[in-house]
Design a protein around this ligand. Structure first.
Ligand SMILES: [Zn+2]
Length: 324
């Protein structure tokens, strides 16, 4: 199998002596990564309420994220923009009639923790919701460990600002020298109101600031969602449930701005469908899955707005380095 040969190839490549020239070139590039070992967990689908088991496995360079429906003979569904099917309350992928729902929190953890390549085995049609955040997935990835691979990581370098708007909702991506997300939400609710936060996807910020922020919903929308056969697996264990005055969860919030942090989590997960990190700044106001999909489709259509480049090592040098 491809997996084992990749695993064997890695140590050889990492410790191979290199010429000075090669070493210099290599040191200015970030390498692709994958998981060191396979890890698994199980949970419940938020919308379908079915039990699901998932397994994350190492994958060769340039694989990206590829889901495998083990209940359908390993049918593969790559995580790409082209396969986004519908995405009102969760991001769903569909390939020749086979679907996989609620992929965004797991993809967010993979991108957020800097994993480029992974196979994801799933034995049902939805990724488990866990506690409504990406924390359990982040812990799995940390447990597995992340290893570098012999090829340079690729990034989508943004050259021109591209915007996508729908009424009051707005999302754009513009040039920047690192992957940044600037997000504003505005809900007429005493626990939310206007929340604004900017995160740079580097230096463990994802694990610290974003991974544990939970999804949220409003009690006055729950009946309609249930009638639409959605959130059948929803409970206080996997979402913040808001009443008109407050919240039903007795444990309270994990951050006072947990809501905007979760929106950033969703943005990172949806934009992971581009197949590589963005070298640019995403600015979102009142956005959601449909807006994210709309911006990605528009961005990819405007060919002059981006390039695919080898990812440079972050620009800020350690303080002790003297630059010539
Ligand atoms: Zn979410």
């Amino acid at each position: 199998m491809g997996n084992s040969s990749t695993a064997r190839a890695l140590p050889i490549n990492l410790f191979e002596p290199k010429s000075a020239d090669n070493k210099e070139r290599q040191s200015t590039l970030v390498k692709q990564t994958t998981l060191k070992t396979a890890v698994e967990t199980s949970g419940t689908g938020l919308h379908t309420a079915v039990p699901v088991r998932i397994r994350l496995l190492p994958a060769p360079p340039d694989t990206g994220y590829v889901f495998r429906r083990t209940d359908l003979g390993g049918f593969e569904i790559p995580a790409t923009v082209e396969l986004v099917a519908h995405c009102g309350y969760a991001t769903t992928l569909m390939r020749t009639g086979v679907m996989l729902s609620t992929v965004e929190h797991l993809l967010s953890a993979l991108r957020g923790l800097g994993v480029d390549n992974a196979f994801i085995e799933v034995d049902n049609l939805e990724i488990p919701i866990m506690d409504g955040s990406a924390e359990a997935f982040a812990e799995m990835i940390e447990e597995a460990g992340v290893v570098t691979q012999p090829l340079a990581r690729r990034a989508l370098l943004v050259r021109e600002k591209i915007s996508y708007e729908q009424g009051e909702r707005r999302i754009s991506v513009e040039p920047a020298d690192s992957y940044q997300i600037d997000c504003l939400i505005d809900f007429d609710h005493p626990l939310i109101g206007v929340q604004h936060r900017t995160v740079e996807l580097a230096n463990g910020n994802f694990s610290r600031e974003i991974a544990s922020a939970r999804t949220f919903g409003f009690t006055n929308e729950i009946e309609a969602l249930r009638r639409a056969n959605l959130i059948r697996g929803g409970s206080l264990d996997n979402a913040i449930v808001l009443t008109p005055e407050g919240m039903l969860n007795e444990s309270g919030l994990r951050f006072t701005d947990e809501f905007v942090r979760h929106k950033i989590l969703d943005i990172i997960g949806d934009f992971a469908l581009l197949g590589m990190p963005i070298l640019g700044k995403v600015k979102a106001e009142r956005s959601g899955h449909i807006m994210h999909a709309g911006l990605m489709a528009k961005l990819l259509r405007v060919r002059s707005a981006w390039d695919i480049v080898d990812m440079p090592v972050p620009a800020t040098p350690p303080a002790c380095l003297t630059l010539r």
